[in-house]
Structure formats: structure tokens, C-alpha cells
Design a protein around this ligand. Structure first.
Ligand SMILES: [Zn+2]
Length: 372
């Protein structure tokens, strides 16, 4: 026995009210109802809407259309017609066929149509995205406002992508970045190759610029390789305040980790402070191309190796030779005192200690000599 749920004497104030009512009822029964066609009357006013099941329409196998919507068309006969009466100034609903040729969906979650955002929800996503709200938090806001919302994180990401695309219409990703840097007051410089592709990009935040001018004496440089989504090496240049706090000065995206790229980056950095001061100490991670570039651009600065990187290197090269845990601790203690020597005298004393320990480990001595 088939009971008619869609037959109604109800009248709707607008076409949208009618569609909302039908779709809501459809969803509660486990079906997605979509607009097949809308018609205008002779005066150009919307007067008719044909609503069908999303499984309606011709079955096209695994053709591109069904793959695109994620729904299989299977000629479901379900069909309703909404009509506008200009006499009564309202919309009414007529059932053409209320049967489906398939089972209702048990769970609407994950259904592409059910996940679609309403116009207001799209606006909310845009608004929150502009305020840098995280997608996860946007999603929970949506669900708070509308408990029936079955969107997933993917829905939010897609909505955002669409919105950024129109926002940045007609501009390349690079142009967007450049105008962002411009608008936010970053000091920046870029260079391109012959085919006008970006090679290197250097930028400093305005606050970093102030800090850099106040504390120009020590530079820390660290290149991270291929960790960002553009697979470009990123050089981070930090400074140190008088209270031993590190702060970020500049970032450089580089096309290659080669000496000319580093030299270009350091020259950009030098230009930003020329006439104020010059760094006196530069600490790097023993990246040879970078060290060479430092010598080119800041010949007067003393170059030191970062203690953390030295330790990593010692761990890698020396730990295998010093096998017992006790000997290693002993060596490491002596090594730390050596590194922390405050005067030349204590340095010499500590060095002698380390050398004595290492008499037993020729491989380690060779390595340390090589580093020094
Ligand atoms: Zn159906």
C-alpha cells in the first residue's frame, strides 16, 4: 500500500518555499529531490517547476556525468510539478509520480547533494574564511546553526576554493602573493628567469624590519629543504635580541640551494639595512653554499656554526665509534664544557680534556679535525 506524502492542499507563497518544502520532506524519506526544469509564463514570470528524484533521468552507465555528480541515474520515475496561479497569487503542488524504483538512502551524510551548502551558508563560509577561521571551526559553526547540516570538511574546502578562485579572478597565484606582500607593507623583492617564471622571492614583515634595524648584530640562518607544498627550499633568517631572544627577520623562497641564490638573498637583506649597521656574527648550519655567500656579502662578519647542528653532526659521526653509554656521556660532558668555554684559557684546558678522552677513538679525532 502506497500512501501519498506529497499530495497536499497546502499553498506556497513562493517558488522557493515550495521547493524547500518538497526537498525537506524528500530528505526525511531518504530521497534527494532536484529541479529538472523551470518555466516562465508569457509575461516572463516563473510559473512552473518540475521536480524529480536525483536518480531520475537517463542511465548513462559509468559516463562522465554520473561520475561528476557521484550519483547514478537510473530512470527513477518520481516527478512532481509546482505551478503558479496568478489568480490566487500562490504556488501549488501536483504529484505526477510518487514512486521510486530504488531504495531510499539510509544515511544522507556523504551524499553530494545533501552536503551542498545553502546560499547563506556559503556566505558564512566566505565571511569566516576572510577572518582566518579554521575549516574545522567553520564546520562546527555551520552545524550549530543548522543541526540538519550534513556537510563534511571536504564541503568547506571546496566552498573555500571556489570563493578564493573568484576572489583572485584572473590573477596568477604569484600575482596574488605579490599584491598581498604589497598591501601588507612587506619589504619584498623577487627575481624571475628568462621565461618570466619566479626564481627567488625575498620578504620581510614590517615589524621584523624594525627589530632587524634594532638588533643587526647576529644573524641565524637555516635552510629547510623541500618541506613546503611548492617544493621550493625556504631560507629563514633570524636575529637575536639583546636579551637572547630570537626573532624572525626574513624568509626567502629559492629556486635552488646554490651559492648565487644565497648571494642574491643576502644582498636583498643587506640592502634593507645598508647605512644602519652590518651583522658581526652569522650562524649557519654548515651549508657550504650559504657560508660562501655570507663571505661574499658580509665579508667582515664572523661565521659560526649552529651548536645544535654541530651536535647533530657529532651524534651522527662520533656516536657509532663511542659505543658504551658511559663513555659517550663522559665524552659529551667534556664536549659541552668545551663548547661553553667562556675564556680562551678554559677553552684550551677543556680542549685538552676532550683530546685525551678521544685518544682512544681515532675515528672521532679525525672527524673533529676535519670539522675544525
Ligand atoms: Zn528516486
Amino acid at each position: 500500500m502506497h500512501t501519498s506524502k506529497f499530495s497536499t492542499d497546502e499553498v506556497f507563497k513562493s517558488r522557493q518555499d515550495l521547493i524547500d518544502w518538497v526537498q525537506k520532506l524528500g530528505r526525511s524519506l531518504g530521497y534527494i529531490i532536484v529541479i529538472k526544469r523551470s518555466r516562465k509564463n508569457r509575461s516572463g514570470v516563473m510559473s512552473k517547476v518540475i521536480l524529480i528524484c536525483d536518480r531520475g533521468g537517463k542511465y548513462r552507465g559509468t559516463g562522465s556525468s554520473s561520475r561528476h555528480t557521484g550519483t547514478k541515474k537510473m530512470n527513477c520515475p518520481f516527478e512532481l510539478v509546482g505551478k503558479y496561479s496568478s489568480m490566487r497569487e500562490c504556488w501549488t503542488l501536483k504529484v505526477i509520480c510518487e514512486k521510486h524504483n530504488h531504495e531510499p538512502a539510509e544515511d544522507m551524510e556523504g551524499h553530494p547533494y545533501a552536503m551542498r551548502l545553502t546560499e547563506n551558508e556559503v556566505r558564512l563560509v566566505e565571511d569566516l574564511s576572510r577572518k582566518n577561521v579554521k575549516p574545522r571551526d567553520i564546520l562546527s559553526t555551520l552545524k550549530e546553526q543548522n543541526p540538519n547540516n550534513v556537510s563534511t570538511l571536504r564541503t568547506i574546502y571546496n566552498a573555500r576554493r571556489k570563493f578564493w578562485a573568484t576572489e583572485h579572478e584572473g590573477r596568477t597565484q604569484m600575482q596574488v602573493v605579490m599584491s598581498f606582500l604589497q598591501e601588507e607593507g612587506y619589504m619584498h623583492e623577487a627575481r624571475t628567469n628568462k621565461s618570466n617564471e619566479l626564481e627567488d622571492l625575498f620578504f620581510i614583515h614590517p615589524i621584523s624590519m624594525e627589530m632587524w634595524r634594532a638588533f643587526p648584530h647576529v644573524l641565524l640562518m637555516d635552510a629547510t629543504y623541500k618541506t613546503n607544498r611548492y617544493k621550493m627550499p625556504l631560507l629563514e633568517i633570524d636575529g637575536v635580541t639583546s636579551t637572547n631572544m630570537t626573532f624572525c627577520i626574513a624568509f626567502v623562497f629559492m629556486n635552488k640551494e646554490k651559492e648565487p641564490n644565497y648571494t642574491w638573498a643576502l644582498n636583498c637583506l643587506k640592502k634593507t639595512i645598508d647605512g644602519y649597521a652590518s651583522p658581526r656574527v652569522i650562524i649557519t648550519d654548515r651549508e657550504l653554499a650559504l657560508m660562501k655567500a655570507c663571505t661574499n656579502v658580509f665579508p667582515d662578519a664572523k661565521q659560526l656554526l649552529c651548536r645544535w647542528h654541530i651536535y647533530q653532526s657529532i651524534l651522527r659521526k662520533c656516536r657509532p665509534s663511542i659505543t658504551s653509554h658511559q663513555s659517550w656521556n663522559f665524552f659529551y660532558k667534556a664536549w659541552t664544557s668545551l663548547v661553553e668555554s667562556q675564556t680562551e684559557e678554559t677553552y684550551k684546558f677543556n680542549l685538552a680534556q676532550v683530546e685525551e678522552i678521544l685518544l682512544e677513538y681515532q675515528g672521532v679525532l679525525d672527524y673533529l679535525n676535519e670539522v675544525a
